[in-house]
Design a protein around this ligand. Structure first.
Ligand code: BGC
Length: 391
């Protein structure tokens, strides 16, 4: 009996099926097929990993650690795939938007003109976004094949550990960095992602993950119908190329005030507010989370009233970048024929503040030898009939 149970759970963790006891589950219909991801890239094996519990499933490819699917039940128990993705590795490789779901780093978000100074030495990393460096640059984590290891933790939960060695000088960053990201699908319908890293020279380090969420489960419906609540009384204003001015400003009286839940689309029109202009007519802002200490706490909640799906985001990080998709241009065709169009996916990224290496008043993002970088984010899913309002 015991051996049989182990076989069933191994089957779940290794193949693209979440079936229990030989029965096909309704979730299976939404899963992507592993065969379409099995290929060699630069001599390294790429594949697709599937994590399951009794209610939901998550798929991740080791090409950039991309989240390919997050399938959760809606209020009628209908499985709903609430992130963008593609049906094959080839679609990912030819996509115009390379940030559909991946790990980004070493530095998530922007570094002004790709320049920073550590202990008197000037560094230049690649420029890949207007005049600036974005998401780790051309040689960022999103563009690497990570080593993958599937297992179960002590609670019997499916877990994927991805690791990557980033050599000294990669994309211009100093230091050999050993980095590891652990994705765990928790029994209480949460996806937990834990980052750790060490280095042998001081280096800026601020990785995050960039899934585009759409709680409708299809890009034919806009994310502007979602409600967002963020535990942030402040944000970091930027210039027109989204580099922080250095100020930490109150959200009160601005479109960034989500201290109580607010409809995202309510304030995305070009209303003369600079904040909205810089994000292509929508949001592209860093919230300064109301936190004391480094404990994991709830940062934000996203909610779609029509199907009742809610997602809490919990983290130990000081910031949350909210990009509402104002610049998405409708070129890429994703899973199930979903066109990636403007406001059809949004990103909520736990991280340190953009361009921190050039702002001494922002929390430190330099990782030193002898230190271990740690970052946890939990995406917790449930359904409810009322807009979550808690602060
Ligand atoms: C940034 C946006 C950028 C997007 C790319 C977000 O994290 O804040 O400015 O366009 O990533 O997908």
């Amino acid at each position: 009996m015991k051996a049989k149970l182990i076989l069933v759970s191994l089957f779940c963790a290794t193949l693209y099926s979440c079936n229990q006891a030989g029965k096909s589950s309704p979730i299976d219909k939404l899963l992507q097929q592993q065969e379409r991801f099995d290929t060699l890239i630069n001599g390294k094996q790429n594949t697709l990993y599937t994590l399951c519990n009794s209610k939901m499933a998550v798929q991740i490819t080791n090409y950039g650690g991309r989240i390919v699917s997050i399938i959760v039940p809606d209020k009628n128990n209908t499985p709903t795939d609430i992130v963008w993705g593609f049906e094959s590795i080839h679609d990912y490789l030819k996509a115009e938007d390379v940030y559909a779901g991946p790990l980004v780093g070493r530095y998530g978000n922007r570094i002004a003109q790709g320049k920073f100074t550590i202990n008197g030495t000037n560094y230049q990393v690649s420029i890949n976004n207007g005049p600036n460096h974005l998401h780790g640059g051309k040689e960022g984590f999103w563009n690497k094949i990570w080593d993958g290891q599937l297992s179960k933790n002590d609670a019997g939960e499916d877990r994927l550990v991805l690791s990557y060695f980033s050599p000294d000088g990669e994309d211009g960053y100093p230091g050999n960095v050993m980095t590891r990201v652990t994705y765990t699908l928790k029994n209480d319908n949460a996806l937990q992602i834990e980052y750790t890293a060490t280095t042998d020279q001081p280096t800026p380090y601020n990785p995050t993950i960039h899934p585009y969420f759409n709680l409708h489960g299809t890009t034919s419906q806009s994310t502007n119908t979602h409600y967002l609540q963020v535990n942030a009384s402040h944000y970091t204003p930027t210039d027109s190329v989204l580099i922080p001015t250095g100020e930490i400003a109150p959200v009160e009286g601005t479109p960034a005030d989500f201290r109580t839940a607010h409809l995202i689309g309510d304030r995305t029109s070009e209303d003369g507010n600079d904040m909205m202009k810089f994000g292509g007519g929508g949001y592209d802002i860093n919230f300064v989370l109301d936190k004391t200490g480094e404990d994991i706490s709830r940062a934000a909640t996203l909610y779609e009233p029509s199907n009742g799906i809610a997602m809490d985001i919990l983290t130990d990080q000081p910031g949350l970048q909210f990009y509402s998709g104002g610049c998405i241009n409708g070129t890429d065709l994703g899973k199930r024929g979903d066109l990636h169009r403007r406001y059809s996916g949004l990103a909520l990224e736990t991280q340190h503040f953009p361009d921190s290496p050039n702002h001494p008043n922002f929390p430190n993002t330099i990782l030193n030898p002898e230190e271990t970088y740690r970052h946890t984010v939990v995406f917790r899913f449930y359904t409810t009939d009322t807009v979550p309002q808690q602060h």
